[in-house]
Write a protein that binds this ligand. Structure first.
Ligand code: BES
Ligand code: MN
Ligand code: ZN
Length: 504
């Protein structure tokens, strides 16, 4: 059950060339609404004596960005196929429409027998985004589009379709910075793939121990050090809050510490903390049965930390990063924590566990206290923390709360650039008054309302020693319904943030 399927990976190169002369299975070129052509499409059109413009004039390609039309055997064009992709109106091109167009092209290519492709879409110009950004996004989306999770299907779908080689066609000379951009896109997609697979694996496979093994494997293949603390180590450290969540489970909890040292020895690290609840039943405050299978995704924060480590290690980013993953199940059981129980956190603060289903903050708070020993430049925790975040922001946007506005702004911009957006909610002192316990220092739930904010307020009681931000990914870490599956978010946001921190 631990084997990882060998997915077919598309290989990328960058070249300059005239689209009409390219001898690949398929040339991919962009067209704007109202029959306007990109430079590549214009060159192709000229070579085939206006056949493309004629087809567009008949209206066969929809104006909406992401519409596609496959043309075959055009006279004067070396490639047997031309995939036209609509970019929408030229002056309305945005990050989103660009990404939509790339995504649509990727989908067509993965269902085609073309074998290899020449890709001209990155020439499309959009405000504030350079060619390196456009190539990195394209590489990431194209690589991500071939992700499959069929490890646990007894019969794998064998397909002759899909692209094995893809050449990005650029004007002028291929440069090192463009190659680096494509490598970055690929590295992010690989990190996303790891996070998706960990999220998608069921809780009887992806246990705390499995997360620890995955971290160790990552350390073996890359320049990463890993240490795994066991229950007695955590007891010695006084992690009473974390351990109170693990009490109901037979599966041993793990505390995973990753260390990537790509920067100078004296550089303070960024610490990433990921919630690793491998299954959240709610504990004694049991969740309703409907859709409970999706609580296998409650370790997606941890998965995104592991995915981000994979991405930054692959791109050999010059920065120091520490990863902390408190991992446990949240189960009811004879020795499980009961509502009203009071536990002592590693920080010394006592916590009244009024609801055992608010377990994420109970494991994160001890990890956040542990983070202090690294004298971090900044700490970012990532967690599928509150259903309230889905009510507030839906499924497109992660929630962001921080005790430092500069750090918050940095993360918001990273999310924008990565196409993995977050939105800030307030962490004002007024909300702290919603956390009051008659019997302990703090309760683990707030009074009614603002559930995402009061959860962050709880965490804020443990993060006073450093600059800290919290990402609530309850709405963005996975999709429900027919497309059920992990998204790998926020690996792109986190990796982009670290790229920025590394000064690159
Ligand atoms: N893992 C859940 C949050 C969650 C719920 C994420 C649904 C995605 C979808 C978390 O542990 C939890 O149960 N939170 C409670 C907190 C409440 C008891 C204060 C919630 O949001 O209902
Ligand atoms: Mn819960
Ligand atoms: Zn949970």
């Amino acid at each position: 059950l631990t084997r990882v399927s060998k997915e077919k990976r598309v290989e990328f190169t960058i070249k300059a060339g005239s689209p009409e002369k390219l001898k690949s299975g398929c040339v991919v070129a962009g067209a704007y609404a109202n029959g306007d052509l990109t430079a590549a499409a214009r060159a192709l059109d000229k070579a085939c004596d206006g056949a493309i413009a004629a087809v567009l004039a008949r209206g066969d390609l929809d104006d909406k960005a992401g519409s596609t039309l496959m043309l075959h055997d055009l006279a004067g064009i070396a490639a047997p196929r031309v995939l036209l992709v609509s970019l929408g109106k030229a002056d309305e091109l945005t990050d989103k429409t660009y990404r939509d167009a790339i995504g649509a092209a990727a989908k067509q290519l993965s269902g085609s027998v073309a074998g290899d492709a020449s890709f001209c879409l990155a020439e499309a110009e959009l405000p504030h985004r350079d060619l390196a950004w456009r190539l990195a996004q394209a590489a990431q989306i194209l690589r991500d589009s071939t992700y499959r999770c069929d490890e646990l299907k007894s019969k794998k779908e064998e397909s002759k379709k899909g692209i094995k080689k893809l050449v990005f066609i650029v004007k002028g000379k291929d440069s090192e910075s463009l190659e680096a951009a494509v490598l970055r896109g690929e590295a992010i997609a690989e990190g996303v793939a790891l996070a998706k697979t960990l999220g998608n694996l069921p809780a009887n496979v992806c246990t705390p121990g499995y997360l620890a093994t995955t971290a160790k494997k990552l350390a073996k293949d890359h320049k990463i050090k890993v240490e795994v603390l066991e229950r007695d180590d955590m007891e010695k450290l006084g992690m009473g809050s974390l351990l109170s969540v693990a009490r109901g489970s037979h599966e041993p909890p793990k505390f995973i510490i990753l260390n990537y040292k790509g920067g100078k020895a004296k550089d303070k690290p960024v610490v990433l903390v990921g919630k690793g609840v491998t299954f959240d039943t709610g504990g004694i405050s049991l969740k309703p049965g409907e859709g409970m299978d999706e609580m296998k995704y409650d370790m997606c924060g941890a998965a995104s930390v592991l995915g981000t480590f994979k991405a930054i290690a692959r791109m050999e980013l010059p920065i120091n990063v520490v990863g902390l993953i408190p991992a446990t199940e949240n189960m009811p059981g004879g020795s499980a924590t009961k509502p009203g129980d009071i536990v002592t956190s590693m920080s010394g603060q006592t916590i009244e566990v009024l609801n055992t289903d608010a377990e994420g903050r109970l494991i994160l708070c001890d990890a956040l206290t542990y983070a202090e020993r690294f004298e971090p430049a900044a700490v970012v925790d990532v967690a599928t923390l509150t259903g309230a975040c889905i009510i507030a922001l839906g499924n497109f946007t992660s929630g962001l709360l921080a005790n430092d506005d500069e750090l918050a702004a940095e993360l918001l911009a990273s999310g924008q650039a990565a196409g993995d957006k977050a939105w800030q909610l307030p962490l004002w002192d007024e909300y702290q008054d919603m956390l009051k316990s008659n019997f302990a220092d703090i309760p683990n739930i707030g009074s009614k309302g603002a559930g995402t904010i009061t959860a962050a307020c709880f965490l804020a009681r443990f993060t006073k020693a450093y600059k800290w931000a919290h990402l609530d990914i309850a709405g963005t870490a996975w999709k429900s319904g027919a497309d059920k599956g992990a998204t790998g978010r926020p690996v792109p946001l986190l990796t982009q943030f670290l790229i920025g921190r590394a000064g690159q």
